[in-house]
Design a protein around this ligand. Structure first.
Ligand SMILES: *Cc1c(COP(=O)(O)O)cnc(C)c1O
Length: 389
């Protein structure tokens, strides 16, 4: 389909970068499981010379992901951390980065435990407050790294405002779009320079692959990203690229159900006596509901719940569910439940956790695409097992 890149999202998800194989007509991109390629003459290849540098299965995935984000250029990595690392590779010793105070735990770790050693400096601020971000910018700030919705409190960051602030300071604005996915939010449309993904989550969608991606509209930036992709070598295997391509085809239908189920659970949870607060941008009570409604096409499948419970009681809830699996990660078809203070965010020191409102009774849910009634009933019985009702 030649016009796949111009079709609507659902059409691009299935067709962009997915032309049938010229030689055999195979509909699906084959897994090109080879490291090297025949050259027609020394230095004259047919577009591929070595699979770290380029691989046809990866190229199709990269084209597909770029089309979904509405960007010109996509690059795939062996993990979301591989893509984040690549953005940091663009910086030099002495540069300064402004970022959110509740970014993904692994992002916080690579910033503070890896790149501070390389003489990059990081300021963690409340990115829902543009004035605080503007104030944190310095002449040597080269990157504003934003995640939205944030994890696990689902705070929504104004991407257009962040891009403006970054550009006023000649800095790059990078947005981690893993939680929203391009189906719900396309940061390049709001002025971001580069979008980062953990393909491990919704884009893969089946909890069976780890991957990452960077998408941009800027040819020069893409070339630099490509240089580090090849030089550092955190590239995905062709099999992993195949799995993610399989996932992106159903992204729209999966996301519709994730959103519908999350909306149902958020409304139900809000009425439960043992629940102090539900963090879901789709709720009108959510502080960034209006911004989320403007910036996103729907509100996503992630929500967090502050239980009126001790660390132990909350641990019991997440251990007693039967449909929800106790696990880190998110974005698969199956529902997952976890306790950030003991799991995903345990690397953040307790004082800092408290400061950013990440309490011991907080549980985070990746709402899957099972029947909503089964999910509701499962939480009800887990609350009872923990003595909360
Ligand atoms: C999972 C995740 C990452 C890291 O991706 P990996 O694929 O696990 O390396 C980065 N950002 C966000 C928001 C994530 O959820």
């Amino acid at each position: 389909m030649d016009n796949a890149d111009d079709g609507r999202f659902e059409t691009r998800a299935i067709h962009a970068g997915q032309d049938p194989d010229e030689e055999t007509g195979a509909l699906m991109t084959p897994i090109y499981a080879n490291s090297t390629y025949e050259q027609d003459a020394p230095g004259r290849d047919r577009g591929y010379e070595y699979s770290r540098t380029g691989n046809p299965t990866r190229s199709d995935l990269e084209a597909n992901l770029a089309a979904l984000e509405g960007g010109e250029f996509g690059r795939a990595f062996s993990s979301g951390m591989g893509s984040i690392n690549t953005v940091l590779n663009l910086l030099s010793a002495g540069d300064h980065v402004v970022t959110g105070d509740d970014v993904y735990g692994g992002t916080h770790r690579i910033f503070t435990q890896v790149y501070e050693e390389y003489d990059l400096e990081f300021s963690f601020v409340d990115t829902t407050d543009p004035a605080a971000v503007r104030e944190a910018m310095r002449p040597e700030t080269e990157l504003l790294w934003v995640e939205t919705p944030t994890n696990p409190l689902m705070r929504v960051v104004d991407v257009a405002a962040m891009a403006d602030i970054a550009h006023e300071n000649d800095a790059l604005c990078a947005v981690d779009n893993t939680f929203a996915t391009p189906y719900l939010q396309r940061p390049l449309e709001h002025g971001a320079d580069v979008v980062s993904h953990s393909l491990t989550k919704y884009l893969g969608g089946h909890s069976d692959v780890v991957g990452g991606a960077l998408i941009t509209d800027d040819a020069e930036l893409d070339e630099r990203i490509g240089f580090y992709q090849n030089s550092v070598g955190a590239t995905p295997s062709p099999f992993d690229c195949f799995l993610v391509l399989r996932g992106t085809k159903t992204l729209p239908v999966r996301m519709d159900r994730h959103c519908e189920n999350a909306r149902h659970l958020a409304a139900w949870l809000q009425g439960q006596p043992c629940v102090d607060r539900v963090y879901y941008p789709g709720l009108e009570s959510h502080p960034s509901h209006d911004l989320a409604a403007r910036q996103m096409d729907d509100f996503g499948g992630m929500l967090s719940v502050e239980l009126d419970a001790t660390l132990e009681e909350a641990s019991t809830v997440v251990s007693e569910t039967e449909v929800f699996t106790l696990a880190e990660s998110l974005g698969g078809v199956e529902s997952l439940i976890e306790q950030p203070a003991a799991m995903t965010h345990a690397a953040i020191p307790p004082e800092e956790r408290e400061e950013i409102g990440l309490s011991d009774g907080l549980i985070r849910i990746s709402v899957g695409i099972e029947h909503a009634d089964d999910l509701e009933n499962d939480l009800r019985q887990a609350f009872a097992a923990a003595g909360l009702v």
